[in-house]
Design a protein around this ligand. Structure first.
Ligand code: F6R
Length: 610
């Protein structure tokens, strides 16, 4: 959470910092600020609220040929306010720091500094860093930062400037991402690629405990002992227009519509002669034959992708799959259990989720080889995993995921197919049919998107709901976890996902007249069971919206208030299609309620704190 940017070069740095922060707003957006050198002073402008407030406060100032740092915040220590916004400074105000992460020992450090007479003005942990660097400063900012970061426990990516050294920015990181864009006569520090794309696609990716000294013509990186580290240039393959709305009202709806292409690209990247090639994750015949189980660990929607993957892999590959939430897995007492010959998979769109990274490291400690499914090349997950399968979703800007999630699901389907083929739990004919179905998905998604009017109407009629239920059985239940999350995070309507057969064990008490129950029923073998569950909620007054394929629709006509029809596809693949109407439903409900769809309250896209 939190986005940081730093610029050194000849341009007017205000548009570079503010433009960069706009691209990083997905990381947090409760306050923003910049610090820059101008007129022989260190100037700090910051305020609570969105970037537009900051722009207003900056009042069109221009700052050419100087240095500056900027920050967009997701509050961890202290409420969103002007004072708690970053940058934070030392007492005399000639040194400024922006920070992403959490300093866990900040109370001890604060007391230590206070005992030396230093007065704090904010409630942030970041202010400790500013005072610490100042404390160690003896005319060399880099060595002061090096000494200060050695005192820090927790996670940080920081950018530091000071008046005495007006030609350089110091950056440092541990457990939070930080990259440096390589320009000509200018260099840019940032939390993530989109902030740099307008200026360069060549970057250095800082590793933990590295400290960088950045001037307009040089970038030097050092380890904790102060030794120079040689960095390799990483080339970003994303385009700037992927990070723009391109005529759409919101990134969310743009990204929902990008799914046919994202799915096509993700599939085609590893489909050769109608065979799935998983050599990138080293899933060769020997490994697939030797594994006895699979553990998938992730957070949020990526976890939901894992749960759906479990159903598919167990069905096709007949291997037990255990799916765990990363924040739970990492703290399993006394330590997580990883069995020998268990394949370990982490899933993360951003590749920077703190708990997922910690789970990956935990698995490494136990000697496991880690496979990652991630969307961001060069991310921490992608760099630290032993093998990585990159989803081809392109940049995802909206805070709530859509194409990120669906492409993760697709990767798991591909893994399932390969396991099934190699372990001979499916026949060659079934494997070919599986591939054919995967190839059909982009067109089916296009068809669904064309019919979005029905979902729009439903959303328009239900946006005043207080709570809703999302139920299904088997794979449909897994998909409903994601459907329900989309509604709650985008529209703030409380929604519960339940396995349809579980409802009567308690939650059915909440069903009353007109309670909306969304039902997904795409698995022929389970339809009669689901219809019984529909009857149970109908008998208590529920308004039932059933989603199924055209060919099963009539089975729901009698008991449902509305039927949403999916294109006919093999049952196994229908949950993939079903994701889209629920994304649209969450989106249109939120639009009807006037919610900030791309940046839902209290959320941040990249959850880099635990
Ligand atoms: C929900 C959403 C989150 C993320 C979760 C994990 O729409 O986007 O639940 O899925 O924070 O993020 P990644 O996949 O980046 O690890």
């Amino acid at each position: 959470m939190c986005g940081i940017v730093g610029y050194v070069g000849k341009r007017d740095l205000i548009p570079v910092l503010v433009g960069g922060l706009r691209k990083l707003e997905y990381r947090g957006y409760d306050s923003a600020g910049v610090a820059f050198l101008k007129d022989d002073r260190l100037n700090v402008v910051k305020c609570k609220g969105r970037l537009t407030n900051l722009e207003e406060k900056l009042g069109g100032v221009s700052v050419e040929g100087s240095i500056g740092i900027g920050h967009t915040r997701w509050a961890t220590h202290g409420e969103p306010s002007d004072i708690n916004a970053h940058p934070q400074t030392n007492a005399v105000g000639d040194l400024a720091v922006v920070h992403n992460g959490i300093i866990e020992n900040f109370r001890q450090l604060k007391s230590w500094l206070q005992a030396k007479g230093i007065r704090f003005v904010s409630e942030t942990d970041t202010e400790v860093i500013a005072h610490l660097v100042n404390y160690y400063y003896e005319g060399d900012l880099r060595s002061a930062v090096l000494k200060a970061v050695k005192m820090l426990e927790g996670s940080y990516a920081i950018g530091v400037i000071c008046l005495n050294e007006p030609d350089r920015i110091i950056g440092a990181k541990k457990d939070s991402p930080l990259i440096i864009g390589l320009g000509k006569g200018e260099n840019i520090l940032a939390s993530d690629f989109p902030a740099l794309l307008e200026y360069t696609k060549e970057v250095y990716i800082l590793e933990d405990n590295e400290v960088a000294e950045i001037t307009e013509n040089s970038i030097e990186v050092f380890d904790t002992l102060g030794n120079r580290v040689e960095k390799e240039v990483f080339k970003v393959d994303w385009n700037l227009d992927q990070a723009e709305k391109g005529g759409w009202e919101h990134f969310m709806i743009k990204e929902i519509h990008e799914q046919p292409v994202a799915m096509h690209d993700t599939l085609m990247a590893r489909l050769h002669d109608d065979r799935i090639d998983l050599s990138e994750i080293n899933l060769n015949e020997e490994i697939i034959r030797s594994i006895t189980g699979i553990k998938i660990v992730a957070c949020g929607s990526a976890y939901h992708a894992g749960v759906l993957g479990k159903y598919v892999i167990e069905n096709i590959g007949r291997i037990p799959v255990d799916v765990d939430i990363a924040s739970e897995f990492r703290y399993r007492m006394p330590s997580p259990i990883l069995s020998e010959n268990e394949l370990f998979i982490v899933i993360s769109q951003s590749g920077e989720t703190a708990d997922t990274i910690a789970a990956l490291r935990e698995a490494h400690k136990k000697g496991a080889k880690v496979i990652a499914i991630t969307n961001v090349k060069g991310s921490t997950v992608s760099r630290e995993a032993d093998f990585t399968m990159h989803t081809q979703a392109g940049i995802e800007v909206a805070v709530a995921t859509s194409k990120g999630y669906l492409t993760q699901v697709l990767c798991l389907y591909m893994i399932a197919a390969e396991i099934g083929r190699i372990r001979k739990t499916i026949t060659e004919e079934e494997y070919s049919a599986f591939i054919d179905n995967l190839k059909r998905i982009p067109d089916c998604l296009r068809e669904i998107l064309k019919e979005k009017g029905q979902i729009q109407q439903l959303a328009a009629s239900r946006f005043s709901d207080v709570h809703e239920f999302f139920i299904g059985r088997g794979m449909d239940y897994a998909l409903m976890m994601e459907g329900s999350l989309k509604l709650k995070e985008l529209s703030y309507i409380h929604s519960e996902t339940y396995a349809a057969g579980e409802l009567k064990h308690g939650p059915i008490a909440l069903i009353e007249d007109n309670t909306l129950v969304m039902v997904l029923a795409t698995q022929e073998a389970l339809i009669d069971k689901v219809v019984s569950n529909i009857r149970e909620v109908k008998a208590r007054g529920a308004f039932v919206v059933a989603m199924t394929m055209n060919r099963y629709a009539e089975k729901f006509e009698h008991d449902s208030d509305l039927i949403i029809r999916l294109p006919d596809i093999d049952d196994m693949f229908a949950p993939i299609l079903a994701a889209v109407p629920y994304q649209l439903y969450g989106y249109y409900t939120a639009v009807n309620k006037g919610c900030d769809v791309d940046k839902p309250r209290n959320l941040a896209k990249s959850v880099t704190v635990e």
